[in-house]
Design a binder for this molecule. Structure first.
Ligand code: NAG
Ligand code: NAG
Ligand code: NAG
Ligand code: NAG
Length: 618
């Protein structure tokens, strides 16, 4: 089996690792993750639970099949797939299975030790480190987390490899790691949640102050949001949160009392994924644990009232969740793809000691996730598998929104990619925002002294809108003209040593929405928060309202919206943001410019136009 080599960016050179005859480098981290040090070679008799992911059938047609139901010019627009048809279409062929089994048996792993997963996606077996190192021509090492002492096994990707356990790092630190970190929110090594500035603010309910305090009233005026849901039974809208972060009911009520009085007492519908539950420990109900969930739910519930929000509360309180584990819950065929190194493994004897939550609900028609991780922390293979799954969710009619990050062209916590060169500070794009099958949402602000009727600029208060170009994913067809125009008309003054500047990489974000000065109820008080964490659920709320209007007319949900958003007809449905930028990594980052840009994407929505355009589609 031959696989494409990931591109390594080292001082501007892209090169492939030399490989001995008969082997190719299968996957490789771009950088060593921050905070982990290699401590020793893994013991030769250590038993490794090996899993070989089998190549799915028809993946080369995935993009075409998605476009057939998502492109506004396609005759099949919005004719989405059923889950059953999807699984059937992509399951590995018998020939693939036989070839891998033959190779393993010939390499000395007895046939009776091999097992095939139920969906035929994986071959499992247990083997000693020595056996696996021989099989894969690789070496396994133990890495230790500098702060917490937590250990993790990783493969030094000498040569070939197919497989789990892998070369990437667990970005789901246990709460042990969490407690050692400061400023972070939640179990997922994510964007560190919304940023707080003022606490105990007094809310003056007036549109005159939207440059200082954003409320739902401001957002409705800013984007002309004027639809009240009527088809709530047919519709669904999911918000994903990762335990230990959860919302606090009394804070929802405080928010609703002041801004949406009919909703007092209303709660999201809890879907517990892998033991996800609400916090009852009062010490875990303050800003650190509740700000993200409170923000997402207060605005999503308020803006789409009376739509019931589905809360996908992911992970137990001990090992938490990952992006793969929320996906598991909506697609049982994806479940066995979980990586025992990168993803939390259930049953968890120290917490939720039950099998993982696989396919426990059907995918909501819109899902918003205000979390992200640095793309450099995952391998190309891991990123591709997850990204393909978003395409499948799109084929089933689901729109997936991720916030683009809060550190401009830098990664979480402002980290940039370093190289061996002393001067290198490379832009650090976000994942899965760089996956072309999600809609990535950046942040804007109302400028000081401006009103909801004035143009916004890129967010430059407290946070900078995450944006840039993926080092893994190529520019998708639907975006190539937009990226080409940006690179030609506004050629950024940075060489390939800082970012993928060839105009052939996927750019993000796709769209944006206000991310500054949000008033939320938290800890029994009101505070203002900042971040693309706010932008994602707000943009997603508008798409959920559009789904509602379409469902009411007997049409289907909009599903994967990017090909539509980038099409000419939709240009008038956005406020183009042309001021501000997204600095980071010792640079000014990119500029918001006329047309699409890697700061605010296509711009902010004009809800009425967006609704009218989507209603005009079949
Ligand atoms: C590997 O070992 C574990 C623990 O002993 C066992 O539960 C599992 O079934 C084994 N897997 C295979 C494929 O034999
Ligand atoms: C919330 O509403 C109450 C009752 O109308 C009002 O007294 C209070 O000042 C409001 N809180 C804020 C922070 O504006
Ligand atoms: C905007 O207003 C805030 C609050 O009054 C102030 O702190 C800040 O300096 C102002 N920024 C600009 C650019 O005027
Ligand atoms: C942003 O715009 C300014 C003013 O036009 C220009 O000087 C600068 O080079 C631009 N920066 C980038 C990154 O394109």
């Amino acid at each position: 089996m031959r696989y494409p080599l990931p591109v390594l960016f080292i001082c501007g050179l892209a090169f492939a690792v030399p490989s001995p005859s008969g082997h190719v480098v299968f996957e490789r981290r771009q950088v060593e993750p921050h905070g982990w040090v290699q401590s020793r070679r893994l013991e030769g008799d250590f038993m490794l639970p090996m899993r070989f992911g089998l190549i799915q059938n028809n993946l080369d047609h995935l993009d075409d099949m998605l476009m057939a139901v998502s492109h506004p010019d396609s005759a099949g627009y919005s004719k989405h797939w059923s889950a059953t048809d999807l699984v059937e279409k992509f399951k590995p062929t018998t020939q693939t299975i036989e070839e891998v089994v033959r190779w393993l048996v010939e390499s000395g792993i007895p046939h009776d030790r091999l097992a095939l997963s139920i969906n035929r996606g994986w071959i499992h077996f247990n083997a000693t480190t020595a056996e696996v190192e021989e099989l894969l021509k690789t070496e396994y090492y133990v890495f230790t987390h500098e702060d917490s002492g937590v250990e993790q096994i990783t493969r030094m990707e000498k040569h070939i490899d197919l497989i789990m356990p892998t070369v990437h790092f667990n970005h789901v630190p246990s709460p042990m790691v969490q407690r050692k970190r400061t400023g972070g929110l939640g179990a997922l090594e994510s964007q560190p949640g919304p940023h707080r500035v003022e606490e105990d603010v007094t809310v003056i309910p007036t549109l005159a102050k939207c440059d200082m305090l954003i409320t739902m009233e401001c957002l409705r005026a800013l984007y002309n949001i004027d639809h009240t849901p009527v088809a709530t039974e047919k519709n669904s809208f999911g918000i994903v949160e990762f335990t230990p972060q959860t919302y606090v009911g009394s804070d929802l009520d405080l928010f609703f009392e002041n801004f949406s009085s009919t909703q007092v007492g209303t709660r999201p519908q809890l879907v517990s994924i892998d033991g996800g539950e609400l916090q009852t420990d009062p010490s875990k109900q303050g800003f650190k644990y509740a700000a993200e969930s409170n923000l997402d739910l207060q605005y999503a519930m308020g803006l789409t009232n009376p739509q019931t929000i589905t809360l996908l509360q992911t992970g137990d309180d001990v090992i938490g969740g990952s992006f793969n584990t929320w996906i598991d819950a909506v697609d049982k065929s994806y479940c066995p793809l979980n990586d025992p190194v990168l993803d939390p493994v259930y049953p968890d004897p120290s917490g939720y000691n039950h099998p993982p939550s696989c396919g426990i609900i059907s995918p909501p028609k819109v899902v918003s996730i205000s979390y992200g991780q640095d793309e450099a922390s995952v391998t190309t293979r891991y990123a591709n598998r997850q990204c393909n799954e978003y395409a499948k969710l799109g084929m089933m009619g689901t729109s997936v929104f991720y916030s683009s990050g809060d550190y401009g062209v830098a990664g979480n916590y402002g980290n940039c990619l370093f190289t061996h060169c002393p001067t290198g500070k490379i832009f650090n794009p976000s994942f899965p925002s760089g996956c072309p099958y999600v809609t990535s949402v950046g942040a804007t602000q109302i400028n000081n002294g401006s009103t909801v009727h004035d143009p916004e600029s890129a967010c430059q208060r407290i946070i900078y809108s995450g944006g840039g170009f993926s080092n893994i994913f190529s520019v998708p067809k639907y975006q190539s003209a937009a990226v080409h125009t940006f690179m030609t008309d506004q050629t950024p003054p940075y060489s390939s040593s800082l970012y993928s500047n060839d105009g052939k990489s996927r750019g993000f974000p796709d769209v944006s929405a206000n991310g500054a000065n949000y008033v939320i109820a938290i800890g029994g008080k009101f505070a203002t928060v900042y971040g693309t964490s706010a932008s994602s659920p707000v943009f997603a709320s508008m798409i959920s309202l559009i789904n509602d209007a379409r469902l009411a007319q007997g049409k289907n949900s909009v599903g994967f919206i990017n090909p539509t958003l980038y099409s000419d007809k939709f240009t008038s449905a956005f406020n183009d943001i042309t001021t501000g930028g997204n600095p980071g990594c010792g640079t000014k980052g990119f500029n918001a410019t006329i047309g699409w840009d890697p700061v605010t994407g296509l711009g902010t929505p004009k809800f009425r136009e967006l609704l009218a355009q989507f209603l005009s589609l079949p």
